[in-house]
Design a protein around this ligand. Structure first.
Ligand SMILES: [Ca+2]
Ligand SMILES: [Ca+2]
Ligand SMILES: [Ca+2]
Length: 95
């Protein structure tokens, strides 16, 4: 999926809170910084003009990009966080 504006983000938050959910946001394997190389399945994050990462995210756990956290989820407050892709969470699909 992709989340294109704050209204859609609020809708996804309301659908999943009090849980977090994967939102189909992933980081490229060649990214060299925690904030670099994020994209939706449908295209680059930057081209969509909307992002809702929490102030301290994405941080790849410790601020150093070594690909520990390369998948994005929406938390119960509607903020996005990068977390380890193997974590068990609900997920949202769009079609
Ligand atoms: Ca790291
Ligand atoms: Ca990462
Ligand atoms: Ca993180």
């Amino acid at each position: 999926m992709s989340i294109e504006d704050s209204a859609e983000n609020d809708c996804m938050r309301d659908a999943t809170a009090p849980y977090s959910a994967w939102i189909g946001l992933g980081q490229g394997a060649s990214a060299a910084a925690p904030t670099a190389g994020w994209s939706w399945h449908t295209g680059p994050l930057e081209s969509q003009g909307f992002a809702a990462f929490a102030i301290d995210e994405p941080d790849d756990a410790d601020g150093i990009e070594d690909h520990v956290e390369d998948c994005g989820l929406i938390d119960p407050s509607g903020e996005w966080r990068d977390e380890a892709c193997g974590g068990e969470n609900y997920f949202i699909c769009e079609w």
